[in-house]
Design a protein around this ligand. Structure first.
Ligand SMILES: [Zn+2]
Ligand SMILES: [Zn+2]
Ligand SMILES: [Zn+2]
Length: 246
Protein backbone atom coordinates (compact mmCIF):
# COMPACT_ATOMS: atom_id res chain seq x y z
CA UNK A 1 0.00 0.00 0.00
CA UNK A 2 2.96 2.37 -0.11
CA UNK A 3 3.47 2.67 -3.87
CA UNK A 4 2.33 5.86 -5.68
CA UNK A 5 -0.21 3.78 -7.62
CA UNK A 6 -1.81 2.62 -4.39
CA UNK A 7 -1.96 6.19 -3.10
CA UNK A 8 -3.69 7.34 -6.29
CA UNK A 9 -6.16 4.49 -5.96
CA UNK A 10 -7.00 5.47 -2.39
CA UNK A 11 -7.54 9.06 -3.38
CA UNK A 12 -10.32 8.30 -5.82
CA UNK A 13 -13.50 9.40 -4.07
CA UNK A 14 -15.44 6.15 -3.77
CA UNK A 15 -12.50 4.02 -2.82
CA UNK A 16 -11.51 6.44 -0.09
CA UNK A 17 -15.05 6.51 1.30
CA UNK A 18 -15.09 2.71 1.48
CA UNK A 19 -11.62 2.69 2.97
CA UNK A 20 -12.60 5.16 5.67
CA UNK A 21 -15.74 3.25 6.53
CA UNK A 22 -14.00 -0.08 6.80
CA UNK A 23 -11.29 1.34 9.04
CA UNK A 24 -13.67 3.36 11.20
CA UNK A 25 -11.96 6.63 10.36
CA UNK A 26 -8.91 5.90 12.48
CA UNK A 27 -6.61 5.48 9.52
CA UNK A 28 -3.97 8.05 8.53
CA UNK A 29 -5.90 8.69 5.33
CA UNK A 30 -8.40 10.62 7.42
CA UNK A 31 -5.79 13.35 7.78
CA UNK A 32 -6.05 13.92 4.04
CA UNK A 33 -9.55 15.36 4.31
CA UNK A 34 -10.29 18.89 5.47
CA UNK A 35 -13.46 19.58 7.41
CA UNK A 36 -15.11 22.93 7.92
CA UNK A 37 -18.36 24.19 9.41
CA UNK A 38 -20.34 26.45 7.07
CA UNK A 39 -22.60 28.66 9.15
CA UNK A 40 -26.19 29.74 8.50
CA UNK A 41 -26.61 27.89 5.22
CA UNK A 42 -30.10 28.19 3.66
CA UNK A 43 -32.12 25.07 4.43
CA UNK A 44 -33.33 25.20 0.83
CA UNK A 45 -30.10 23.32 0.07
CA UNK A 46 -31.40 19.81 -0.55
CA UNK A 47 -28.73 17.26 0.37
CA UNK A 48 -30.94 14.44 -0.92
CA UNK A 49 -30.30 15.86 -4.37
CA UNK A 50 -27.27 14.07 -5.86
CA UNK A 51 -26.13 17.30 -7.50
CA UNK A 52 -26.11 19.38 -4.30
CA UNK A 53 -22.33 19.28 -3.83
CA UNK A 54 -21.65 19.73 -7.55
CA UNK A 55 -23.76 22.90 -7.48
CA UNK A 56 -21.78 24.35 -4.57
CA UNK A 57 -18.55 23.52 -6.41
CA UNK A 58 -19.82 25.22 -9.56
CA UNK A 59 -21.13 28.33 -7.77
CA UNK A 60 -17.74 28.82 -6.10
CA UNK A 61 -15.43 27.90 -8.98
CA UNK A 62 -14.09 24.85 -7.16
CA UNK A 63 -12.78 21.90 -9.15
CA UNK A 64 -15.35 19.10 -9.62
CA UNK A 65 -15.40 16.52 -6.76
CA UNK A 66 -13.64 18.93 -4.35
CA UNK A 67 -16.43 18.31 -1.84
CA UNK A 68 -16.22 14.79 -0.45
CA UNK A 69 -19.29 15.14 1.74
CA UNK A 70 -21.76 17.66 3.11
CA UNK A 71 -24.10 17.01 6.02
CA UNK A 72 -26.21 19.09 8.39
CA UNK A 73 -24.88 19.08 11.96
CA UNK A 74 -28.38 18.44 13.32
CA UNK A 75 -31.07 16.08 12.01
CA UNK A 76 -33.42 17.78 9.54
CA UNK A 77 -36.52 16.44 11.33
CA UNK A 78 -35.62 18.35 14.48
CA UNK A 79 -35.71 21.73 12.76
CA UNK A 80 -38.19 24.40 13.73
CA UNK A 81 -40.75 25.09 11.02
CA UNK A 82 -39.63 28.70 10.89
CA UNK A 83 -35.94 27.83 10.56
CA UNK A 84 -34.36 29.21 7.38
CA UNK A 85 -30.68 28.43 7.95
CA UNK A 86 -28.62 25.67 9.57
CA UNK A 87 -24.95 24.78 10.06
CA UNK A 88 -23.38 22.41 7.57
CA UNK A 89 -20.30 20.20 7.88
CA UNK A 90 -18.37 20.16 4.60
CA UNK A 91 -15.42 17.85 4.01
CA UNK A 92 -13.07 18.84 1.22
CA UNK A 93 -10.31 16.99 -0.55
CA UNK A 94 -7.50 19.56 -0.45
CA UNK A 95 -6.32 22.16 2.07
CA UNK A 96 -6.45 24.73 -0.73
CA UNK A 97 -10.19 24.34 -1.37
CA UNK A 98 -10.94 24.21 2.36
CA UNK A 99 -8.89 27.38 2.95
CA UNK A 100 -10.77 29.05 0.10
CA UNK A 101 -13.97 28.56 2.13
CA UNK A 102 -12.32 29.78 5.35
CA UNK A 103 -10.77 32.85 3.77
CA UNK A 104 -13.39 34.00 1.28
CA UNK A 105 -16.58 32.36 2.41
CA UNK A 106 -18.77 30.89 -0.30
CA UNK A 107 -22.11 31.23 -1.99
CA UNK A 108 -24.65 28.53 -1.22
CA UNK A 109 -28.14 28.80 -2.67
CA UNK A 110 -27.38 32.43 -3.50
CA UNK A 111 -26.46 33.39 0.08
CA UNK A 112 -22.98 34.44 1.16
CA UNK A 113 -21.90 32.16 3.97
CA UNK A 114 -18.84 32.05 6.25
CA UNK A 115 -17.00 29.02 7.52
CA UNK A 116 -14.77 27.88 10.40
CA UNK A 117 -12.19 25.17 10.57
CA UNK A 118 -13.43 22.19 12.55
CA UNK A 119 -10.96 21.40 15.32
CA UNK A 120 -10.00 17.86 16.16
CA UNK A 121 -10.98 16.94 19.71
CA UNK A 122 -10.57 13.73 21.67
CA UNK A 123 -13.44 11.41 20.83
CA UNK A 124 -15.99 10.25 23.41
CA UNK A 125 -17.68 6.90 22.95
CA UNK A 126 -21.42 7.51 23.36
CA UNK A 127 -21.89 4.00 24.77
CA UNK A 128 -19.22 3.65 27.49
CA UNK A 129 -18.66 7.48 27.68
CA UNK A 130 -14.89 7.12 27.72
CA UNK A 131 -13.14 10.29 26.59
CA UNK A 132 -10.08 9.91 24.40
CA UNK A 133 -11.19 6.41 23.48
CA UNK A 134 -9.86 4.70 20.39
CA UNK A 135 -13.37 3.57 19.40
CA UNK A 136 -16.85 4.96 18.87
CA UNK A 137 -20.19 3.51 20.04
CA UNK A 138 -20.55 1.11 17.09
CA UNK A 139 -17.33 -0.68 18.03
CA UNK A 140 -17.71 -0.42 21.81
CA UNK A 141 -16.92 -3.70 23.57
CA UNK A 142 -19.08 -2.88 26.59
CA UNK A 143 -22.29 -4.95 26.76
CA UNK A 144 -24.53 -2.26 28.24
CA UNK A 145 -24.81 1.51 27.81
CA UNK A 146 -23.41 3.84 30.43
CA UNK A 147 -25.41 7.01 30.93
CA UNK A 148 -23.55 10.22 30.04
CA UNK A 149 -25.49 12.12 32.71
CA UNK A 150 -25.64 9.94 35.80
CA UNK A 151 -23.17 7.12 35.03
CA UNK A 152 -25.80 4.38 35.60
CA UNK A 153 -26.45 1.52 33.19
CA UNK A 154 -28.92 3.01 30.72
CA UNK A 155 -28.90 5.10 27.56
CA UNK A 156 -28.27 8.80 28.12
CA UNK A 157 -31.49 9.77 26.30
CA UNK A 158 -33.57 7.71 28.76
CA UNK A 159 -31.98 9.30 31.84
CA UNK A 160 -34.37 10.75 34.40
CA UNK A 161 -31.71 12.62 36.39
CA UNK A 162 -32.38 16.33 35.83
CA UNK A 163 -30.40 17.94 38.63
CA UNK A 164 -26.77 18.47 37.51
CA UNK A 165 -25.72 18.08 41.18
CA UNK A 166 -26.73 14.43 40.81
CA UNK A 167 -24.78 13.90 37.60
CA UNK A 168 -21.88 11.47 37.83
CA UNK A 169 -18.92 11.60 35.47
CA UNK A 170 -17.57 8.16 34.68
CA UNK A 171 -14.31 9.61 33.36
CA UNK A 172 -13.08 11.46 36.44
CA UNK A 173 -15.33 9.54 38.88
CA UNK A 174 -16.89 12.64 40.43
CA UNK A 175 -20.42 13.81 41.11
CA UNK A 176 -21.66 17.24 40.00
CA UNK A 177 -21.03 17.10 36.26
CA UNK A 178 -21.80 14.83 33.32
CA UNK A 179 -19.39 12.72 31.27
CA UNK A 180 -19.97 15.07 28.31
CA UNK A 181 -18.96 18.16 30.31
CA UNK A 182 -16.07 19.87 28.56
CA UNK A 183 -14.97 21.43 31.86
CA UNK A 184 -14.40 17.95 33.32
CA UNK A 185 -10.81 17.94 34.59
CA UNK A 186 -10.19 14.59 32.90
CA UNK A 187 -11.53 15.90 29.59
CA UNK A 188 -9.35 19.00 29.85
CA UNK A 189 -6.27 16.93 30.70
CA UNK A 190 -6.87 14.59 27.75
CA UNK A 191 -7.64 17.57 25.47
CA UNK A 192 -4.38 19.29 26.35
CA UNK A 193 -2.43 16.14 25.52
CA UNK A 194 -4.49 15.64 22.36
CA UNK A 195 -3.79 19.20 21.21
CA UNK A 196 -0.07 18.75 21.79
CA UNK A 197 -0.19 15.67 19.56
CA UNK A 198 -2.28 17.53 16.93
CA UNK A 199 -0.47 20.87 16.62
CA UNK A 200 -2.40 21.78 13.45
CA UNK A 201 -5.26 22.84 15.75
CA UNK A 202 -3.22 25.94 16.60
CA UNK A 203 -3.65 27.36 13.12
CA UNK A 204 -6.58 29.24 11.66
CA UNK A 205 -6.23 27.60 8.25
CA UNK A 206 -5.22 24.19 6.98
CA UNK A 207 -1.46 24.25 6.58
CA UNK A 208 0.08 24.30 3.15
CA UNK A 209 3.50 25.45 1.94
CA UNK A 210 2.03 28.93 1.42
CA UNK A 211 2.94 31.23 4.37
CA UNK A 212 -0.48 32.91 4.35
CA UNK A 213 -1.88 29.71 5.87
CA UNK A 214 0.47 29.88 8.85
CA UNK A 215 -1.60 32.34 10.92
CA UNK A 216 -1.82 31.03 14.49
CA UNK A 217 -4.76 31.45 16.82
CA UNK A 218 -3.49 33.49 19.73
CA UNK A 219 -4.36 32.43 23.27
CA UNK A 220 -6.58 34.97 25.09
CA UNK A 221 -3.70 36.12 27.36
CA UNK A 222 -1.32 36.86 24.46
CA UNK A 223 -0.37 40.58 24.17
CA UNK A 224 -1.41 40.62 20.49
CA UNK A 225 -4.64 38.76 20.96
CA UNK A 226 -6.58 42.07 21.02
CA UNK A 227 -5.68 42.58 17.35
CA UNK A 228 -8.66 41.09 15.64
CA UNK A 229 -8.26 39.14 12.45
CA UNK A 230 -10.47 40.17 9.50
CA UNK A 231 -14.09 39.45 10.39
CA UNK A 232 -14.26 36.80 7.71
CA UNK A 233 -11.47 34.82 9.35
CA UNK A 234 -13.47 33.21 12.08
CA UNK A 235 -11.90 31.21 14.83
CA UNK A 236 -11.87 27.45 14.38
CA UNK A 237 -14.41 25.60 16.45
CA UNK A 238 -15.12 22.19 17.85
CA UNK A 239 -18.22 20.32 16.81
CA UNK A 240 -19.49 20.41 20.40
CA UNK A 241 -19.27 24.22 20.50
CA UNK A 242 -21.13 24.72 17.26
CA UNK A 243 -23.91 22.28 18.23
CA UNK A 244 -25.51 25.10 20.23
CA UNK A 245 -26.26 26.91 16.93
CA UNK A 246 -28.99 26.15 14.38
ZN1 LIG B 1 -17.15 2.60 24.36
ZN1 LIG C 1 -28.75 8.45 33.67
ZN1 LIG D 1 -15.49 14.39 34.89
Amino acid sequence: MSSPAAAAWLKSKDVMKAFLESFGGTSVIKDCTYTIIAEFVPVTLDLENANACAEIEKDNNLPPLSILSAKWIKPVHRRLQTQVTAHLIITLNTPKTANHFLRNGAYIKGKKIWARKLLQEPKRCLKCQRVGSDHLANDCKLEHDICGNCGEKHRTNTCTTLDPDHYYCINCKHHGHAAWDRLCPKFMEISTRFLARNPTNKYRFFLTNSPDTWEQILPPNHPDSGIRPPAAHRNPTTLADVMTGP
